[in-house]
Write a new protein. Sequence first.
Length: 584
Amino acid sequence: MTTRTRSRRRTLPRGVLAVLAAVALLFSLAVVTAPGRAVAAAPVLVSQGKPATASSQEGPFTAASAVDGDNGTRWSSEFSDNQWLQVDLGSSTAIGQVVLRWEAAYAKGYQIQVSANGRQWTTIRTTTNGTGGNETLDVSGTGRYVRVLGTQRATQYGYSLWEFQVYSTGGTGGPQPGGDVLLSYGKQGTASTSQNDGTCWLCTPDKAFDRDPASRWATSPEGGWTDPGWIAVDLGANAAIHRVVLQWDPAYAKSYRIDVSDNGTDWRTVYQTTTGKGFKETIPLDTTGRHVRVYGTQRSGEYGYSLWEFQVWGTGGAPTPPPPLPADPNYSKLVFNDDFDGPAGRAPDASKWVPETGPGPNNELEYYTNNKNAALDGAGNLVLEARKEETPGSACPRDPLTGSGTCQYTSARLNTYGKFKFTYGRVEARIKVSGTQGLWPAFWMLGADYFDQGRPWPYTGEIDIMEHVGKEPGTTYSTLHAPAYNGANGFGSPYTLPGGADFAAGFHTFTVDWNSKGMTFRVDGQVMHTVDKDTLEATRGPWVFDHDFFIILNNAVGGDWPGAPDASTRLPQKMSIDYVKVWQ
């Protein structure tokens, strides 16, 4: 079996072992109330990370800084009245609350307004005695666009907001009957050039229109990356175009324009910028055409132009409906369960687990055996035991001095591929980790397309629910890996036990809730890392987790992150698993 590099401190795909799995989650909120009392839905923040624009900006204090969730960044306007800041929520939304976190330059008079199209506005709140500071405003209105319009400054300066937050109590409406649809899905497209080499294989224009966030189009490096570079799509028929969504690779356009055409030859510009920010950009439009083009005129760096996704939304055209996403789970149905009950010495259930054999990746030092190191302990646990014992084999790492091809340790690694794979859910295990220098136990998931399609890591996506390294006894990590964020740059957080406790001293429960909107990771019920899909795409790169994953358990020895065992290392070491469960 083959495998790829895994985990926080890793390199790139390696070679020999079957692997990894997928994970699941969503954010759930329980509300306790007195009997007989109606409870309103909790407000949901819908503006964070969404596209924002403003009437003006002072220096580097941009509109996007007011919707980034960072109270240390801000938007600031010119020093005059009638300045505004607006956010595009992406679809019609019921608005119940607006929060304004003002800098010292606040508004004494202002209006909160909503709009369906970003042009005609309806005022839903107005005041002439704003107090500055943090203002939480209960409002009622519906619109795709929400703005604060400053009409009277409280100081000689302009208007400045640390944060502009819009909350919905009704949720976003999404496309309604007769509303906007994705017009560009499945179209072939054309481009100035395309890349096809070891760095970006078959990065052709159609890859920007396949709704696969792990495939991309890129301009060719042949002859050197140069300006301009473009990609265009034929919608198949004339369309009303209301929105273009660009999910950039790190090779993005600092300056570009959006052009439309009725015939693919005569183009008219409907949007242009010299301050492209990369990541995910949503551009509202009100135009018509059959062909849409992104025309880059200034690259952000030394490389070319590259897009994971180029989406055109509107009405008309000749759209092909994309496959629907699976339904979000409510975590009420148990769909996978192994309590590891059985007599001591019995091998893991072959109907649920596949042993991976061979040397480990990531410069690990163990040889994974065919269940020689994996067995039930008779007390309701599965034990993966790492031992110091040599295993000869040409595939083992060779000692640079002796040339020996001998693995110095044995251990176990199991996965559910071919037995169980799934999209979305709550994934949980109760585990007592191994704990000594050089050990690296993990509970994680890998995209099933690693085997289904032979797709390499990290394009499959990886969800690390729990990783532990012996040199950090009181800490575990939960991390996501994808093409734009992986290895040491994976998106995750550590969790440290209070009071200097050691994870290897007892069992702990590790959980991830996963759905189409994001993930929530917990340790012993405590939230330790949350992932919001929209924010992730606006700040790190594509979300690649809307497909099947499978589960992996392993107890690695050595490797790039934990380092090798040393004189302090105590072996053998057991990783004990009480149960693994998945709910949908």
